[in-house]
Structures are given as C-alpha cells and as structure tokens.
Ligand binder design. Structure first.
Ligand SMILES: Nc1ncnc2c1ncn2[C@@H]1O[C@H](COP(=O)(O)OP(=O)(O)OP(=O)(O)O)[C@@H](O)[C@H]1O
Ligand SMILES: [Mg+2]
Length: 249
C-alpha cells in the first residue's frame, strides 16, 4: 500500500495553547481515512495542518513534519501545496456566481483560457462529482440556487478542477439530509480510485460505511489508528470504546 501522507510528531497550538500533540501516522493512497473523536479533540486542526491552512491563522503554530509522497510539505510552495491537497468544508460554500464560473475559477487562474478546454474540464469534473446530469442544461444558473447537497457536490467538483492528489473534507455532510449524505458517501467511495481522501466525521455509522482507515483523536493526541474495521468495531483503547458507545462525544 503506497503512502500518500506521512505525518511525524505533528503538534499544533493556538496562542500558545496546545490543540494537537505529537501525532504520527501514515495515510495510504487511494483510501478513505476517517478522522473521529469528541468535539474539540483537534480533528479540524489536524486537517488544517495537512495543507498548512493553519498558518493562515496568525495565532496558530505547528511543528513536526508532513510529507506528501515523500516530499516535505514545508518545502512545497503554498499555492502548489493547496493544489495538491484540496479542501471541502462543513458548510457548502460555492462562490456566489454561476455553476460554470465556480468550476472554471481555478483553471482560469492557472492560465487555461481555451473555451473548449474549459468546457471539457467542467463536464469531466461535474461528472466525477455525480452532478453533471442535474445541472448540464443550465450551467449559467447561480450556484446559490442549488440544493445544499448539490452545492456540496459542486464544491467537491470544484476542488477536483485543479487535479489534487488528496482531498480533505471536514464534516462535509453535517449540514445535509440523509439522502444527500448518502449521495456524497457514494461519491467519495467512487472518487477514492483517483484520489486519497481524508474525512472528518461525527457520524460513526458513516465512517463505518465508507472508511478504509480510521484515526481516533482524543484531547489532541492520537490514541488509535489502523484499519477502520479494527478501530471502529474492535477498538483497543478505552477512550475509543467509550466514544463509540456514546459515553461522550
Ligand atoms: N482558530 C482557533 N483559535 C483558537 N483556538 C482554536 C481555534 N480553532 C480551534 N481551537 C481550539 O483548538 C482545539 C481543537 O479544535 P478543533 O477545531 O481542531 O477540534 P475539532 O475536533 O475539530 O472539534 P469539533 O468536532 O467541534 O469540530 C479546541 O480546544 C479549540 O477550542
Ligand atoms: Mg472541527
């Protein structure tokens, strides 16, 4: 199994207050890794370290190393790193323009101007995100008029327009209904053939359905990681067992 991300001794803090401590693990390529744990345990912080989003926060600090396919991410120019490691957030956040412009925003920024190339890219990525058939008749429609689930799939499609290696998703379904969540779950499962996926989720049944690997964080520390089967069904640590049985969360 190839390793996409190798994380070593990763720590993070906000205004000197620790949020993540000495986390080391590997995230395999073309797999879905679920990050779980109680509220405030550092899941979003962990995700934000992987593409160095954390450094946008002036009070935040991180130490340790994150390698992407063997390359130290600290040495990759930020713009390139953010292309290689895309991110999708909890609240669907399309830009307030048309579906087409959402999809061509980054490719145009990176210099693609040819209309045919852009059209082909829009179609390809919307298809990958399972949205094309629903929107193909009116790509000039405002993205804000899509349903929440469609908006979230648009955000995933938009993240794919720059051909990332890794897709980070922070509770992408928590604002969606069960049916839209199921569509996203199916989508992520199909996308792992091409991308490495790391998803933070509060929804344990969801993690059980889609994750290959699971990472459990507790109070900023990694307490358990490995195959989802093992971590989510036969955890070895007390904290994980208690969390999964709903003692806290
Ligand atoms: N921007 C910030 N500034 C200061 N402290 C922060 C910031 N973001 C997070 N924290 C703190 O860092 C710790 C970890 O937060 P984080 O958001 O990573 O947790 P989480 O596991 O994602 O929680 P949740 O499940 O509620 O989303 C918490 O104590 C939180 O209060
Ligand atoms: Mg969070």
């Amino acid at each position: 199994m190839d390793t996409a991300l190798r994380i070593e001794n990763l720590s993070a803090s906000y205004d000197g207050k620790s949020a993540l401590e000495g986390v080391s693990l590997e995230i395999p390529k073309n797999r879905i890794t679920a990050v779980i744990g109680p509220s405030g345990c550092g899941k979003s912080t962990f995700l934000r370290c992987l593409n160095r989003f954390l450094q946008e926060d002036p009070g935040a600090q991180m130490s340790g190393s994150v390698e992407l396919f063997g390359e130290d991410t600290a040495k990759i120019p930020l713009e390139l790193l953010r292309r290689k490691i895309g991110m999708v957030f909890q609240i669907p956040s399309p830009f307030p323009f048309s579906i087409y412009r959402n999809m061509t925003y980054a490719p145009r920024y990176y210099g693609i101007r040819d209309r045919k190339k852009l059209d082909a890219l829009v179609e390809e990525k919307l298809k990958l995100a399972g949205l094309y058939d629903e929107v193909k008749d009116d790509l000039n429609r405002s993205a804000m008029k899509l349903s929440g689930g469609q908006q979230q799939r648009l955000c995933i499609a938009r993240a794919l327009t720059v051909d990332p290696d890794v897709l980070l998703l922070d509770e992408p379904c928590s604002a969606l209904d069960v049916r839209s969540s199921a569509v996203i779950e199916e989508l992520l499962t199909s996308l792992k053939q091409r991308y490495t996926i790391v998803i933070v989720t509060h929804n344990i049944p969801q993690a059980r359905r889609i994750a290959d690997e699971a990472v459990f964080l507790f109070n900023g520390r990694l307490t358990e990681w490995g195959s989802a089967e093992q971590v989510l069904r036969e955890p070895t640590q007390t904290e994980t067992r208690e969390f999964l049985s709903g003692v806290f969360g």
